[in-house]
Design a protein around this ligand. Structure first.
Ligand SMILES: O=C(O)CCC(=O)C(=O)O
Length: 307
C-alpha cells in the first residue's frame, strides 16, 4: 500500500455513536459507528477494524444504513431500473446497470455517505478515487451460482488496493445467494495457492480442490437491507443459491494510482475510473469534488504508461 493512513483510533465523541456493529467470522466486537458525523476525514474505525480488513480482506457492517435510508435507496433504485428498462421491471427481471448511482441524486448520496466515506479514507488513504457503480437485480435463469473468483486476480494486483462496497436491498442467507468470501485470500501466498479457483470459475468447472463450490470453507455475509459489506477486490468471493429479485448496489473505490503497475491495471480493468459519469461530475459536494481532483492528469499519465 502506498497510501498514508491516519491513526485508526476512534476520534469522534462517543456520545455521537450508536450501536451499529461490524461482524466478522472470527469476532463480534462492536464497532461504534458515528450517527451524525458530517466531516469526511474523521474515522470511526479502530485499529481492530483496520487489522480485520488488512488480514481478512473485508469488513461487514450491520445496519450501517437506517431503515429510512434503505427505503429511499430502494425507491430510487427502482426508479433508475424503470428508466433504464422503459417500464417497471418484473420482480425477477435480470438487470446489470452501470453506471448506476451516478444517475440519481438520492443514490449519489451513497458515494460520500458520512458513515461510508471515513471508512474508505482510512482504508484507501484520504485522497482515494471513485471507480464507478453497478445496480444489479435478478440473475440469469438457470444460473444461480457465481463460482469462486477475485475481481482483480493475480499476485501483481495485490499491492494496489481497490474496494467494492456491496449493499443488498433484499435479505440473503448463505444458501440463498449471500455473497461468500474466503477470508485472507487477498494476500500472498494464499492468493496464489487458490489461483486455480479463478481458472475453474472462468471454465465453469465446479471442482475446487475436490470440493464443490458451495462446500468451500468461507464466510457468508448473510445480509439484511441496511447492512454494508466492504471488500478488497483481490479477495476471492462467490455466490451460491441465488433466488428472488436479489437486488444490490455495488460502489467501487480505488487508491489514487502512483506506480506504473497501478496505471496498467486501471487501464486493463477499470478505464471508466478516468471518465466518471456526468452525474458524478455535476455533483458539487466537496468529498465528491476531491475524487475528481487531478483525474485528468492521471488519465494522461495512464495513457502514456500503456502507449
Ligand atoms: O452477486 C453477488 O452478490 C456478487 C457478484 C460478484 O461476484 C461480483 O460482483 O464480483
Amino acid at each position: 500500500m502506498q497510501s498514508t493512513r491516519t491513526n485508526g483510533q476512534t476520534t469522534v465523541n462517543q456520545a455521537r455513536y450508536q450501536g451499529s456493529h461490524r461482524t466478522g467470522p472470527f469476532s463480534d466486537i462492536r464497532a461504534l459507528v458515528p450517527v451524525l458525523c458530517t466531516g469526511t476525514s474523521r474515522s470511526a474505525m479502530t485499529e481492530t477494524d483496520i487489522a480485520h480488513f488488512d488480514t481478512f480482506g473485508f469488513l461487514f457492517y450491520r445496519q450501517l444504513l437506517s431503515p429510512e435510508e434503505v427505503a429511499a435507496i430502494q425507491q430510487a433504485a427502482e426508479f433508475v431500473w424503470t428508466e433504464e428498462l422503459g417500464q417497471a421491471p418484473a420482480l425477477d427481471e435480470e438487470m446489470h446497470t452501470a453506471p448506476f448511482v451516478e444517475r440519481n441524486e438520492t443514490l449519489m448520496t451513497l458515494v460520500d455517505h458520512p458513515l461510508i466515506h471515513p471508512i474508505l479514507a482510512e482504508l484507501l488513504g484520504e485522497d482515494f478515487l471513485w471507480s464507478g457503480s453497478e445496480g444489479n437485480r435478478g440473475f440469469l435463469k438457470g444460473t444461480p451460482i457465481h463460482h469462486w473468483h477475485a475481481d482483480r486476480p493475480g499476485a501483481h494486483e495485490l499491492d494496489y488496493r481497490r474496494i467494492k462496497i456491496m449493499i443488498y436491498l433484499d435479505p440473503t442467507t448463505k444458501d440463498t445467494g449471500a455473497i461468500r468470501v474466503i477470508p485472507g485470500s487477498h494476500r500472498m501466498p494464499f492468493h496464489e495457492d487458490i489461483r486455480p479457483f479463478q481458472e475453474n470459475h472462468l471454465e465453469g468447472i465446479d471442482d475446487f480442490f475436490g470440493m464443490r463450490g458451495p462446500d468451500v470453507p468461507c464466510y457468508a455475509a448473510e445480509s439484511q437491507p441496511g447492512d454494508v459489506l466492504f471488500f478488497n477486490q483481490s479477495l476471492f468471493h462467490g455466490v451460491y443459491g441465488k433466488t428472488g429479485p436479489r437486488r444490490y448496489i455495488a460502489l467501487k473505490y480505488i487508491e489514487r494510482p502512483t506506480q506504473k503497475e497501478h496505471f496498467v491495471s486501471l487501464k486493463r480493468w477499470s478505464e471508466y475510473a478516468f471518465h466518471p459519469h456526468e452525474g458524478f461530475r455535476r455533483c458539487d459536494r466537496p468529498a465528491v469534488r476531491a475524487m475528481l481532483d487531478g483525474l485528468e492528469d492521471l488519465r494522461v499519465r495512464a495513457d502514456r504508461v500503456v502507449a
